[in-house]
Design a protein around this ligand. Structure first.
Ligand code: URP
Ligand code: ZN
Ligand code: ZN
Length: 482
């Protein structure tokens, strides 16, 4: 199977140039001007368009059992919708029952994901701590390509980890050469504020942001980062939504710590007024954690992306329909937490980021694809347009405009949180391992054509300071002996 993308402008995280891209058997074979297409090769005309690495959404939840229900996009419909938006790979989360084993959960998720039309990988959540979990982390990291483990500091009474378990798992990650990822919110504080609000008679969706103020996120982000610093473990904070958490990531990076921050496109463009509208059903549709914030946090997040202190953009795609959200109609703590967006991430970031001049086209590629590939150790197989890389490619039409709507989206959910937003910039063609699966209007997807992507662990972090201390101590001991 061979495919030639002709006449476009190749945009990667590092460069912009006129070039054709030739792909064979799912891999990029050549990038250059005036390439000859062999007889029989399918030709994609990219004239006037940009040719970029396919998007990677590093944070999704397809068919996740959560808060008494299951997310409505599965591993077929979710990745298919993602392809329509230019995203060719997701990294989803295996979330084990706290009484179960991570290995069993990983096998369950592998079965569910077998129908995926495009490539995928898994972070595995650590939801409890014991010897079996510690052992499974080793097997997952060494034999199954899992190089990142997730820790929920919120959702008390369900999947939250206390500090004792959190640091045991962080230490294990460090030992294995895996990345610690965290959902940073102080779950004890959230629970306390929830009980206070309910006692005051606040039961509607407005109770959600009130029980999870930015300080709750800032405290947890800082605590997790400091724990990781002491243990010399690399850390990735998912869905950084506020100035306080961004400051924790930024400080750590200025101190030389290997700390990363992820930003959801939703948090860049939606603010907390959505929780105060009269229509409670619509307000519930926006309930996710961390919640949408007062507007000034959006500017801080944009600066985080521009300065490189936030490296990735994701969606935390976690789709629930109105009847599921209605479980919390009399008690906001029971509204299933989650919003969708996997299909619209790239358009929203292009329009509001590149279109406003905040981001360059190359920065856009870094933020939607390359940085995630680098951080999760799959670069340059993913996130790159170069010979040898997987042919995951989006032909991007910067001039194409559309109005985002539930009426036209491909996500399997009855609401679109970007409803009515007019955006410029859209996927004209999406190619997954050399197969053209989206042509700008139609999906041509089949179950099971996606592959699981192994992510190798990282070499141990070299700690120069600790090494100097060890040398000094050894010299003192030698002198004392002499
Ligand atoms: O509200 C959210 N974010 N739901 C999905 C689970 C999580 O916290 O990532
Ligand atoms: Zn989360
Ligand atoms: Zn999530």
């Amino acid at each position: 199977m061979s495919l030639m993308i002709r006449g476009g402008t190749v945009v990667t995280a590092d460069e912009t140039r006129r070039a054709d891209v030739y792909c064979e058997d799912g891999t990029i074979k050549a990038v250059g001007e005036g390439l000859e297409a062999p007889a029989g090769a399918e030709v994609v005309d990219a004239g006037g368009a940009l040719v970029m690495p396919g998007g990677i959404d590093p944070h999704t939840h397809m068919e996740l059992p959560f808060m008494g229900t299951v997310t409505t996009d599965d591993f077929f419909t979710g990745p298919a919708a993602a392809l329509a938006g230019g995203t060719t790979m997701i990294i989803d989360f295996v979330i084990p029952d706290p009484e179960g084993r991570p290995m069993e959960a990983w096998r369950d998720w592998m079965q569910r994901a077998a129908k995926a039309p495009s490539d995928y990988s898994f972070h595995v959540a650590i939801t409890n701590w014991n010897e079996k979990i510690e052992e499974d982390m080793g097997v997952l990291a060494r034999e199954h390509g899992v190089n990142s483990f997730k820790h929920f500091m919120a959702y008390k009474g369900a999947i939250m980890l206390d500090d004792e378990k959190l640091l045991a798992s962080f230490a294990r990650c460090q030992e294995l050469g895996a990345l610690c990822t965290v959902h940073a919110e102080n779950g004890e504080l959230v629970w306390h504020l929830q009980q206070q609000l309910l006692a005051q008679g606040i039961t509607g969706p407005e109770g959600h942001p009130q029980s999870r103020p930015p300080e709750v996120e800032g405290e947890a982000a800082n605590r997790a980062i400091r724990i990781a610093q002491v243990l010399n473990a690399p850390i990735y904070v998912v869905h950084v939504s506020c100035k306080e958490a961004l400051e924790a990531v930024t400080r750590a990076r200025l101190e030389g710590q290997r700390a990363y921050g992820e930003c959801l496109v939703q948090h860049l463009v939606i603010d907390d007024s959505v929780y105060y509208q009269e229509d409670a059903e619509t307000a519930r549709a926006y309930v996710m954690s961390p919640p949408f914030r007062p507007k000034h946090h959006q500017e801080a997040l944009w600066r985080g992306l521009q300065s490189g202190n936030l490296q990735t953009t994701a969606t935390d795609h976690c789709a629930f329909c109105a009847p599921q959200k209605a479980a919390g109609k009399d008690d906001f703590t029971k509204i299933p937490n989650g919003t969708s967006g996997v299909e619209d991430r790239m358009s929203v970031l292009w329009h509001h980021g590149v279109g406003s001049g905040r981001l360059t086209q190359n920065e856009f590629v870094a933020l939607t694809s390359t940085n995630a590939a680098r951080i999760f150790n799959i670069y340059p197989r993913k996130g790159a347009l170069q010979p040898g890389a997987d042919a995951d490619i989006v032909v991007w039409d910067p001039a194409k405009t559309r109005t985002i709507s539930v009426e036209t989206h491909h996500q399997n959910v009855d609401f679109n949180i970007f409803e009515g937003m007019e955006v410029s910039g859209a996927a004209a063609t999406t190619i997954s391992r050399g197969r053209k699966l989206w042509d700008g209007s139609t999906l041509n997807v089949e179950e099971g054509t996606g592959r699981y992507v192994d992510r190798p662990t990282f070499p141990p972090v070299f700690d120069a300071v600790a090494r100097m201390q060890a040398i000094k101590t050894a010299r003192r001991v030698e002198r004392a002996d002499a």
